[in-house]
Design a protein around this ligand. Structure first.
Ligand code: PNW
Length: 444
């Protein structure tokens, strides 16, 4: 294996940051935007820590020019963001909201003017509430509504956006939204969950078809969360729980989309919802595989849960981020190597990062040494994966800004830039300077 000194990052390697609409935009009732299932969830008692919501978030809807200026200062080559479906189609289908589209026009133009490539993700969990009222992802028609929405966005922005992702983290929003109640819409039912899995896979396939037809030159991928699942205890029950969670977490979407079949336990359960021709709709040629990765997860058996598995505890001595999530850079390296063999697509790491509770110091600076250490170790593992032959083409840090961390509200902070939610003041953290220098060095 080459030594560290001999290694240089490929010239074309993409360095970026990621965000998502509901987590940063705010302005939830402005210019014709209608509620999403996350606006609804934030109004339900006890679902979000501290009663927080995305009503204001980072006020990015108004402050995007400053945020793009920060991206330019950071020196990134690519910015991944998502479009809020209920901002552009308030009812989810039908009447288009021009003012919503105008916002993304301004944003995309500003990103391009800063010399940064926009990577557009069509779905980062903010389903229009009007569609959930019709059953949301449990309704097979939702796949067609999604395809129509994808066509609208492709027609409007395809002249300036080359990079398209159909969905962000399929298995997180379906498992947490339809089996575990950690995510909107908060259903806990096996059949609803199985239907949601299949209909989201169909939506992905139909969306890819629409994008290919309308934008033959586009580079199209999908973004999957993947991390190794370990049993909490070395016993049969926890090993079985880990095997089933692994199917749900790591394989329920990439396997049908890229290999044409569901993993075995899910395949048996989902059969009643699969119609002739569906697998051909779902399994389409893609240009890249988006990987979101944080650290290993642990499973334990729990017969009270929808699928008899629950989140287990990591061993007490496991290394952890400041937020307490277990970290294991070698598992990230191995994941990249395995993925490269399994699906044979170029990989972009579309999210990697660490949470903490960073605060502004007496000198006005925000020092986040734990995040710097995490990013150093994980980019080190990324380098090792490249050296071992994994076909990785880019890396995006989650996230540019501290933002609304779903059910955890504003407590956990993942940004390279600190956000004061009272004043909306942005303060680049130590990790911002670290990543800027890292990118500069990597470009040589
Ligand atoms: C991702 N887990 O979600 C999302 O794409 C982001 O929106 C989010 O802010 C970020 O990671 C940080 O949480 C995840 O339980 C949610 O392992 C949960 C898990 C992983 C990723």
């Amino acid at each position: 294996m080459p030594t560290e000194a001999a290694f240089s990052w490929p010239r074309e390697f993409v360095w970026g940051v990621s965000t998502s609409s509901y987590q940063i935009e705010g302005a939830v009732a402005e210019d014709g935007r209608a509620p999403s299932i996350w606006d609804t969830r934030c109004r339900m008692a006890g679902k979000i820590a501290n009663g927080d919501s995305g009503d204001v978030a980072c006020d990015h809807y108004h402050r995007y020019p400053q945020d793009v200026a920060l991206m330019r200062e950071l020196g990134i080559g690519a910015y991944r963001f998502s479009v809020a479906w209920p901002r552009v189609l308030p009812r989810g289908r039908g009447q288009v909201n021009e003012k919503g589209l105008d916002f993304y026009d301004r944003l995309i133009d500003a990103v391009l003017a800063a010399g940064i490539e926009p990577w557009l993700c069509l779905y980062h969990w903010d389903l229009p509430q009007a569609l959930d009222d019709l059953g949301g992802w449990t309704n097979r028609d939702c796949a067609g509504w999604y395809a129509d929405y994808a066509a609208l966005i492709a027609r409007r922005f395809g002249d300036r956006v080359q990079r398209w992702a159909t969905f962000n983290e399929f298995s997180v929003f379906t498992l947490f939204g339809y089996a575990i109640d950690w995510s909107a819409p908060g259903v806990t039912d096996r059949d609803a969950h199985l239907r949601a899995i299949h209909h989201v896979n169909l939506a992905h396939g139909l969306g890819v078809g629409v994008l290919r037809d309308l934008l033959p030159q586009a580079s199209i991928g999908a973004i999957h969360n993947r991390q190794v699942v370990w049993p909490e205890q070395d016993c049969d029950a926890d090993r079985a729980a880990a095997a089933l969670l692994d199917e749900h977490w790591n394989r329920a979407f990439p396997d049908p989309q890229l290999l044409g079949h569901y993993p075995p336990q899910i395949a048996a359960a989902i059969e009643p919802y699969v119609r002739g021709g569906d697998m051909a709709t779902i399994c389409r040629r893609l240009d890249w595989f988006g990987l979101n990765h944080y650290g290993p997860i642990f499973a334990k058996a729990d017969p009270q849960c929808t699928w008899n598995f629950a989140w287990g505890e990591a061993p007490a001595d496991a290394p952890r981020s400041a937020l307490g999530w277990p970290t294991w850079p070698a598992a990230f390296r191995d994941e990249l190597i395995d993925l490269s063999r399994r699906y044979r697509l170029p990989i972009y790491v579309t999210e990697n990062g660490a949470g903490g509770s960073d605060s502004v110091g007496a000198d006005g600076a925000v020092d986040d040494p734990a995040r710097v250490a995490y990013l150093r170790d994980y980019t080190g593992a990324l380098r090792e994966a490249l050296q071992a032959g994994a076909d990785v083409r880019g890396y995006f840090v989650w996230s540019l800004l501290d933002n609304f961390e779903w059910g955890s509200g504003y407590g956990p902070r993942f940004g390279l830039v600190h956000v004061d939610y009272t004043t909306q003041q942005r303060t680049p953290k130590t990790s911002f300077g670290w990543y800027r220098a890292f990118i500069r060095d990597a470009r040589g």
